[in-house]
Design a protein around this ligand. Structure first.
Ligand code: ATP
Ligand code: MG
Length: 338
């Protein structure tokens, strides 16, 4: 990249616990690969910002809104009253309506399956997560599951558009409409409407219990999966487990107006924080998702390739993958591959 006008500004939240260590790894890999990105770093504050009612400042949110793209390390929400969880604040304020998790088998890292290659797309704003719970009378409580046409169409549209632009062939809507006739029924109706606009993509509907059974029997049966919030929470973790777990799985949150905030699936791992032991792969692969969102596919391919060959080679692996390498050694090995 030759001139300053070619550089893209992106927000980076290193986050808590192992966050700063794995964020450093991403920065180093990006420097080595000469990715034309300039990071705007933001940290979680130590007091509540009244404008966001959270430890995230208004300026941090503005940074993502302005840059439209960012990478987020794990954030541990401080315990106490009078503030919102950090993840909820981000999700609500930036309207991050879809959580996208690519799940593919990593060559050379053996799990029960060798041929996983699927994408889960989770509706991220409503469903069972609307936070509407109350006691009706003593001994009886009620929780409202909200499904709207607007949010369902939006996530379905994202899923089909994703399938089309990423060379995918099939979208499966995951549901329990036989029991949740109104809510999941509406979700499916919206998926069907969108499916009609994409005749080149095969559309199917799979009941969630059957989906779980099929996923553990033969995950290669699936391509792109789209589903309401709670099912997405469960199924996306199930899929992460198919390919090797927390240290490896990336995700990306998509917001209104094209915002993309990529993040690792795992938490702040306080047990290994500051010990140079964390596996940066999940955050690195999340940063690869971010590059793909920016259409920087050649950089994304190169970095992904370097990560995968380093893992496949097996010489440098972090402790969670059975190796003895530090975060910095593993990162250096990736940079050498670049
Ligand atoms: P949080 O409350 O922030 O979610 P946690 O205690 O639940 O923190 P997680 O981050 O969810 O911890 O991790 C669960 C386990 O997986 C821990 O033992 C942690 O060390 C391990 N782990 C998570 N992420 C990684 C990683 N990137 N590399 C290595 N080990 C990890
Ligand atoms: Mg956790």
């Amino acid at each position: 990249f030759s001139s300053a006008t070619d550089t893209i500004r992106a927000t980076l939240f290193p986050g808590d616990g192992i966050g700063p260590e794995i964020a450093e790894s991403v920065k180093q890999v990006f420097r080595t690969a000469e990715v034309p990105i300039e990071w705007e770093e933001h940290y979680v504050g130590d007091q509540v910002d009244p404008r966001t009612q959270s430890f995230l400042t208004w300026e941090s949110l503005e940074s993502v809104r302005k840059n439209q793209v960012g990478l987020k390390g794990p954030m541990a929400t401080p315990i106490g009253k009078g503030h919102r969880s950090l993840n909820l604040t981000l999700r609500k304020e930036l309207n991050l309506y879809a959580n996208v998790r690519p799940c593919y088998s990593l060559p050379g890292y053996k799990t029960r399956y060798d041929d996983v290659n699927l994408i889960t797309i989770r509706e991220n704003t409503e469903g069972e997560y609307s936070g509407l719970e109350h006691q009706v009378v003593r001994g009886v409580v009620e929780s409202l599951k909200i499904i709207t046409r607007q949010a369902s169409l939006r996530v379905a549209e994202y899923a089909f558009h994703y399938a089309k632009t990423h060379g995918r062939e099939r979208v499966s809507a995951i549901h329990k409409a036989n029991i949740m006739q109104k809510t999941d029924g509406l979700f499916l109706k919206c998926c069907r409407e969108v499916a009609e606009k994409y005749p080149e993509i095969t559309y199917e509907e799979v009941v969630i219990d059957n989906c779980c059974m099929m996923l553990v029997k033969n995950p290669a049966l699936f391509d792109v999966l789209v589903m309401p919030n709670l099912y997405g929470d469960i199924i996306s973790d199930l899929c992460a487990g198919l390919i090797g777990g927390l240290g490896l799985t990336p995700s990306c949150n998509i917001g209104e107006g094209g915002i993309a905030l990529a993040e690792a699936v795992h938490g702040s791992a306080p047990d290994i924080a500051g010990k140079n032991m964390a596996n940066p792969t999940a955050l690195l692969l999340s940063s690869v998702s971010m590059l793909r969102h920016l259409n920087l596919h050649d950089k994304a391919d190169r970095i992904q390739e370097a990560i995968l060959s380093t893992i496949a080679e097996g010489k440098y692996r972090t402790a969670d993958l059975g190796g003895t390498s530090t975060t910095t050694d593993f990162t250096k090995a990736i940079c050498d591959h670049l």
